[in-house]
Design a protein. Structure first.
Length: 305
């Protein structure tokens, strides 16, 4: 708990981009730490549709549509985990280094789990993938680049602590050269039939740090309402404030929605153009769906906030 409080106190100002995949961790924590593969003890499939605006209006090239998918499951009697991440975005964000952030990617993840004592778990994870980097706009010539990621996570009861570096490019000509590092902490507070999830994410990038804080209240394991302040923010570093709502439809199916209240403008390369275009002020809408499969170990009956 002391470590979580320390995380909540750490933050500073920095203007830096991040890949779109790293921003969807509220619904897809595997995006920033491969050690989470198989950690839930069930086969889990998650899809996210991210759009700005939700319904098309105004100038057509101000719209953005993004899709994300993840799958992971435990293996070897929960001594490890495997999975993959995939994403596709329709914008190509400029990096401070002069390159352009990937708008298409696929990565395999794997983890190793160690357990000891009463409820102590330590996980190590690796990630290996490929990314597509457009050179001029999303419809221009593109190149493929590889990346790797590493992560560890410690869990005891309702407390989790993670450390990861998920986005290290083999070729820095087009990919991110900043190599962001994440420190995460989360704690669950049990209130009879209700649960409160509190956490923080600290990202160190380009010799500066930014922090995210979040709180999610679950009513009788059926309805979850959350607020996520993201100092790490959008693709180009603007702060975000997500309001989220999740509904558990049984033990293995969940749907959700989140909206960026701040709705900071972003700049991107539209199709066929080499110049920046600023989008109108509008927050991203995120639609979320998760389906989990029982593997016969009893974990499907447990609540996974």
């Amino acid at each position: 708990m002391r470590i979580l409080i320390l995380l909540l106190l750490l933050s500073s100002t920095v203007f830096a981009q991040q890949e779109s995949l790293r921003m969807v961790y509220p619904f897809m924590p595997l995006a920033i730490n491969p050690a989470m593969a198989g950690a839930k003890g069930v086969a889990s499939m998650t899809g996210i549709y991210r759009k700005k605006p939700l319904f098309q209006g105004g100038i057509t090239n101000t719209a953005s549509s993004q899709q994300y998918f993840s799958f992971d499951m435990p293996i070897a009697q929960e001594k490890g985990g495997i999975g993959f991440l995939a994403y596709n975005t329709d914008q190509s964000y400029a990096l401070p280094s002069g390159g352009i952030a990937a708008n298409l990617g696929l990565a395999a993840v794997a983890s190793k789990n160690f357990a000891w004592g009463r409820g102590n778990y330590f996980r190590m994870g690796v990630q290996l993938g490929v990314n597509q980097y457009p050179i001029i706009g999303k419809s221009g010539t593109s190149v493929l680049g590889g990346h790797y990621g590493l992560g560890v996570e410690y869990e005891k009861g309702d407390f989790q602590l993670g450390f990861s570096s998920p986005a290290n490019s083999f070729d820095t000509s087009y990919g991110s050269v900043s190599k962001p590092i994440y420190l995460t902490g989360q704690y669950l507070i049990r209130l009879k039939q209700n649960t409160v999830k509190l956490g923080a994410v600290l990202r160190h990038q380009q010799n500066e740090s930014k922090a995210d804080y979040y709180a999610v209240f679950w009513l009788k394991e059926k309805l979850g309402a959350g607020i996520w302040y993201q100092g790490t923010g959008s693709e180009l570093g603007s702060k975000a404030l997500l309001a989220s709502l999740e509904v558990a439809l049984g033990k293995n199916f969940r749907v959700g929605y989140a909206y960026d209240i701040l709705g900071e403008s972003t700049s991107y390369y539209p199709a066929g153009f080499g110049s920046n275009v600023s989008s109108e002020r509008s927050g991203f809408h995120q639609l979320f769906i998760r389906y989990e499969v029982d593997l016969g170990n009893g974990k499907i009956a447990e609540f996974r906030p």
